[in-house]
Design a protein around this ligand. Structure first.
Ligand SMILES: O=C(O)C(=O)C[C@H](O)C(=O)CO
Ligand SMILES: [Zn+2]
Length: 280
């Protein structure tokens, strides 16, 4: 088996108030996503979103079903989004090969039976970050490059939050059941993501931070706006944002992040903003 998984249960905001650092990390922080020749999955009970990392080096890695799905194959009743943050890779779906390069995304619809992830060059392996959610309709597979993104620039240099949000797997670009994914990059000098912060209790979210120098960190904030907590994030680590939680983060240097959501609607702009002066 080249697949490993762990399970995260959902938490109540009243309980969260009493969590110390270790408990916060145990419930929301996800590390060790990329292990050589492994598929590492975290099955969350937030909209049953799965967060994962796939690092094929010496061999192709099949997407195997895992016990919590009780399904014959992984995508029997699921859809999946993958974004490659490494060297050139391929995703083979029921015999059809898609070349997926750096920062390119792939949407896989429910019903795809045999899916395999591979690197083109073991010396520069592909690194596929994935999110998967339950799906009750089969939409066509689609590769989405950065040039296809529905891009939006927000913020300003003065407030250190100037950034381009590249919406890759969203309903203006590709048909999905509930999954949305994108990649946000910063303009020089800006380090605050998602500021002003927001909550969308219709959808849970997961953030994955990468291209962060190894000796630097991102301070990720979560919680109801009047009761926030922080989690220090390292490179290639993810954090789960429950539907009741605001989310924002600030880096001690530049970084990039991938966000992914699942839940009630596909309306990216449906957010309840929390202005900086309202945060406690
Ligand atoms: O920097 C931002 O703002 C984001 O990238 C926000 C995320 O896309 C998000 O939280 C979507 O709900
Ligand atoms: Zn959000």
């Amino acid at each position: 088996m080249s697949t490993e998984y762990s399970v995260r249960f959902a938490t109540h905001p009243d309980d969260y108030k009493g969590y110390d650092t270790e408990t916060l990390r145990k419930h929301y922080h996800v590390s060790n996503l990329f292990q050589q020749d492994k598929i590492s999955l975290t099955y969350t009970h937030y909209e049953r979103l799965i967060v994962g990392g796939i690092l094929p080096v010496t061999k192709a890695l099949p997407l195997e079903t895992i016990d919590p799905l009780k399904a014959e194959y992984f995508l029997h009743r699921r859809e999946l989004g993958a974004i490659n943050i490494g060297g050139p890779g391929t995703i083979t779906v029921d015999g059809k090969v898609y070349e997926v390069g750096y920062r390119e995304a792939m949407y896989l619809g429910a019903g795809d039976k045999q899916v395999e992830f591979a690197s083109v060059d073991a010396g520069k392996p592909a690194r596929f970050y994935i999110n998967s959610a339950p799906a009750h309709h089969s939409y066509p597979d689609k590769k989405v490059g950065m040039a296809d993104a529905d891009a939006m620039t927000l913020g300003s240099g003065e407030t250190c939050n100037e950034r381009t949000i590249n919406k890759l797997l969203v309903n203006t670009v590709v048909e999905t059941c509930q999954l949305q994914m994108g990649l946000t990059e910063f303009h020089p000098g800006s380090v605050w993501n998602t500021m002003p912060a927001h909550i969308h209790d219709r959808r849970m979210e997961a953030y994955f931070y990468f291209e962060l120098p190894e000796d630097q960190a991102v301070c990720h904030f979560m919680g109801p706006k009047e009761e926030t907590r922080h989690i220090w994030m390292g490179n290639e680590e993810a954090v789960v944002s429950p539907p009741w939680s605001m989310h924002t983060g600030v880096g001690t240097s530049s970084y990039v992040f991938i966000w992914g959501m699942a839940g009630e609607n596909l309306d990216y702009g449906d957010m309840d903003h929390c202005q900086p002066h309202e945060l406690r």
